[in-house]
Ligand binder design. Structure first.
Ligand SMILES: Cc1cc2nc3c(=O)[nH]c(=O)nc-3n(C[C@H](O)[C@H](O)[C@H](O)COP(=O)(O)OP(=O)(O)OC[C@H]3O[C@@H](n4cnc5c(N)ncnc54)[C@H](O)[C@@H]3O)c2cc1C
Ligand code: FES
Length: 260
């Protein structure tokens, strides 16, 4: 599922909250095959200190309208972590991005049944695309450290049948991690799949609960990346099926395959 690199015009940029930005760019030829895939963005223009691209998940995709010359668009949501994402945060409408994608193996959406989306922090971003692509099939449980860090909850409210927010400090919604709301949801309703994205301890606990309750679970893993297309083994992870590349074999894996 390798795409190709292309220059993309930014059509919209917004700071969603302190240090977290959304960028929407024209995406001719970058059509994602599945939600959960990512784009690899060259950050820093010609600056050689940032030659490596930065992987950012597709948070939403609009297929455009070829008959009326409306190009497709990809939206990404990202947090400023270092130089690359800082450069990206400074891009504005009509700037151009060099984007490779859409890359990787995403979520395999079951043909029928409800999907439980479980996101932690910035991990909610790719799940928004799942919800948008599968209207009225998803419920969401979203975890954040504190109320100020809640992200995209309005979008999930609009796209999902039911949304539960949990904050570690209890400043909004349920107090604690997503674990108990996930257990309660899987016990009270039938789900065809759980899709999870967020910090690794959260993924591990969601995977364990889903396994205990016999619900198939897919998790999106994060590793630092170099090439992004399977050529350098920079993103290798150990799985029960041997060494796999997060950029090409993932980032989404069956939770049972992961060595936690
Ligand atoms: C498949 C995939 C999808 C991603 N999707 C998103 C997304 O939708 N939104 C988003 O905000 N971020 C996402 N990330 C993380 C994002 O790629 C990194 O934050 C970014 O590359 C940091 O680049 P930088 O130059 O700003 O920071 P750097 O200067 O390279 O690093 C700054 C800090 O971030 C840490 N860091 C860098 N890359 C990663 C990584 N891959 N995983 C964990 N820590 C990292 C470094 O260890 C360092 O502490 C994703 C990563 C992967 C692998
Ligand atoms: S980043 Fe090169 S193989 Fe994954």
């Amino acid at each position: 599922m390798t795409g190709f690199s292309t220059d993309c015009r930014i059509v919209y940029s917004e700071e969603l909250r302190d240090g977290v930005h959304a960028l929407t760019f024209e995406a001719v030829g970058l059509t994602p095959a599945q939600p959960g895939q990512f784009v690899h963005i060259k950050c820093g223009g010609g600056d050689t200190t940032r030659v490596l691209r930065r992987p950012i998940s597709v948070a939403d995709y609009f297929e455009g309208d070829a008959a009326n010359n409306v190009p497709p668009e990809i939206t990404v949501v990202f947090e400023v972590r270092g130089d690359g994402t800082q450069w990206l945060a400074e891009r504005r409408e009509d700037n151009t991005l060099d984007v490779l994608g859409a890359l990787g193996h995403g979520f395999e959406v079951p043909t029928d049944g409800q999907i439980l989306l479980v996101g932690g922090g910035l991990g909610v971003a790719p799940l928004m695309y799942v919800a948008n692509a599968n209207p009225l099939r998803c419920n969401a449980i979203l975890g954040f450290r504190t109320a100020e860090l809640i992200l995209l909850s309005g979008e999930f409210d609009r796209l999902c049948r039911r949304v539960v927010i949990a904050t570690d400090d209890g400043s909004y919604g349920e107090r604690g991690t997503v674990a108990e709301p996930v257990r309660a949801a899987l016990k009270s309703e039938q789900y065809a799949a759980v899709f999870a994205c967020g910090p690794r301890p959260m993924l591990r606990s969601v995977a364990a609960i889903a396994a205990e309750l016999n619900v198939p679970c897919q998790v999106s893993l994060e590793e630092r990346m170099a090439c992004g297309v399977g050529a350098c083994l920079g993103c290798a992870v150990e799985t029960k099926n041997g060494i796999r590349r997060v950029c090409r074999d993932g980032p989404v894996f069956d939770a049972q395959e992961v060595v936690w």
